[in-house]
Ligand binder design. Structure first.
Ligand code: SAH
Length: 457
């Protein structure tokens, strides 16, 4: 292998100035033009780093000491919580985080989407940007014969044993802690991913913030869950808000958390929550937004952009449990929701009848296939909403949109880079990006959400 040319060497200690912040929250320090990415530092700061990795064209470093700090820096406890809890931005003031995210949306839309003059509104942030997450799924392991659970260290499979998180709801932290203790005490064996042996892989807890209902999911390698009767007894006693205890079996060697088989161990197969006035049943395997306060802000914006008068046919692609679909159904003539996870579609149908909405219809399948077939059968929509996962929309779906010519497209995105790519495709196919509204769904983390209105030209 050819030796990599770089002006610094691995393990070298150097003094640097930090210039920029990447989309994943690393500060950038340049040494003779060679960029080094450093977690925990901020633009405008000066300090010493140790070089940890040298790649072709860029490297990584670890912050050793700060000499000059940014006015946007805030004091946080130097605990593992902030280091590994997925809160890459918690050392930045919330104002600073919001600026960072808004700037990222503008820059990415300009760079990747070639949308320089698009109207990006100021980001909508939270009043209380802590303890908002309604869900945790923590990996389980063993250390010195003891059951542990918490976070993976970045780029590793070493588990940090902690029950706390500064972004999870206190109910969720408490639930994870209780289940971990109970499983440990009853001697449930942790899964060992190297040997592919043992039992308990993950503990998942989810709560309906508006109802207080709690779901606990135990994900095991084995079809058998030892001590299940005792587990149920202790979990329900210790966590009286529990309405549902689920056992999911995942026998595969995989990083995917849940397996195919899901059994109700105790209680209901779902918990309930409200967003605004709409009630939702949520099952273990369905996607459900993790920040209920900001979800309301996001869906209200979707409703406003859809501009419904009561006569429209609406498609909600990537609909999950039908959350956006039902929000829109209150104001539309007819809504058609499409989602790939069959369990989510079952929830969606249940949710429609739960809310007495009979002008919605749901189909399980790939959005790019189902909607394309639907269009080929001669159907059309006036408004199309898409809310895809991070990889964005399939090009076949975007082509169908262009062919179908709905008046409006509302694009909800959790990844500005794929959003920008897809907006460019739609612009080239006859749509104009009218407005972009970033919404902070994930304070303290680098995740950026935005909602966009496109209009047919
Ligand atoms: N709109 C929903 C869900 C958004 S998350 C909400 O706000 O709650 C994205 C959803 O897309 C997930 O539920 C995921 O299962 C689904 N999905 C992923 N790929 C898909 C595809 N090709 N076709 C349809 N749905 C897909």
């Amino acid at each position: 292998m050819a030796k990599i040319q770089a002006p610094v060497q691995k393990n070298q200690l150097i003094d640097v100035s930090f210039e920029d912040l990447t989309h994943d929250g690393h500060a950038v320090a340049k040494v003779e033009g060679y960029p080094l990415f450093v977690a925990g530092a901020l633009p405008g700061e000066k300090g010493s780093i140790q070089v940890t990795k040298i790649n072709k064209g860029y490297g990584f470093g670890r912050l050793i000491e700060l000499y000059e700090s940014s006015p946007q820096r805030i004091d946080i406890p130097s605990s593992e919580l902030h280091k590994y809890g997925g809160t890459q931005l918690s050392h930045i003031s919330y104002e600073g985080q919001l600026q960072f995210k808004e700037k990222q949306v503008r820059e990415v839309l300009a760079r990747i989407g070639k949308l320089e003059d698009v109207n990006v509104h100021p980001i909508l942030g939270m009043k209380e940007p802590w303890h908002y997450r309604n869900k945790a799924q923590v990996p389980v392991g063993e250390k010195a014969g003891r059951l542990i659970a918490g976070f993976f260290k970045p780029r590793s499979h070493e588990i940090v044993d902690t029950n706390e998180s500064v972004i999870q709801l206190p109910e969720i932290n408490e639930a994870v802690q209780a289940v971990k203790e109970i499983c440990g005490r009853l001697g449930v064996k942790a899964y060992d991913e190297v040997a592919h042996k043992g039992v308990l892989r993950h503990i998942m807890a989810r709560c309906g913030k508006a109802t207080g209902e709690l779901m606990v999911v135990l994900i095991t390698r084995t079809a058998d869950l030892p001590h299940s009767r005792k587990l149920i007894e202790e979990i329900t006693r210790r966590l009286p808000q529990v309405k549902s205890i689920i056992h999911n079996v995942n026998p595969q060697r995989t990083n995917v958390i849940m397996g195919e088989q899901t059994n109700v161990l105790w209680g209901s197969d779902v918990i309930y929550d409200y967003i605004g006035d709409v009630k939702f049943a949520i099952s273990a395997k369905s996607f459900y937004q993790v920040n209920p306060v900001q979800t309301k802000v996001l869906y209200d914006q979707a409703l406003e952009y859809a501009g419904l008068t009561g006569n429209e046919t609406v498609i909600d692609a990537y609909c999950g449990i039908g959350t956006i679909s039902l929000f829109l159904a209150q104001k539309a003539k007819h809504v058609f929701g499409v989602e790939i996870v069959p369990e989510a579609i079952e929830d969606a149908r249940r949710n429609a009848s739960l809310n007495g909405l009979d002008n919605v219809e749901f189909a399980a399948g790939k959005a790019e296939e189902v909607i394309t077939d639907w269009y080929k059968q001669g159907n059309k929509a006036d408004v199309l909403v898409v809310d895809p996962p991070r990889k964005g929309c399939d090009e076949a779906l975007l082509q169908t949109v262009i062919d179908m010519k709905p008046e409006k497209v509302v694009y909800v995105s959790c990844n500005p880079a794929t959003l920008a790519r897809d907006l460019r495709f739609l612009e080239d196919g006859g749509y104009q990006t009218m407005e972009v509204q970033p919404v902070d769904m994930f304070p303290q983390t680098t995740h950026v959400e935005a909602i966009v209105l496109l209009q047919r030209q």
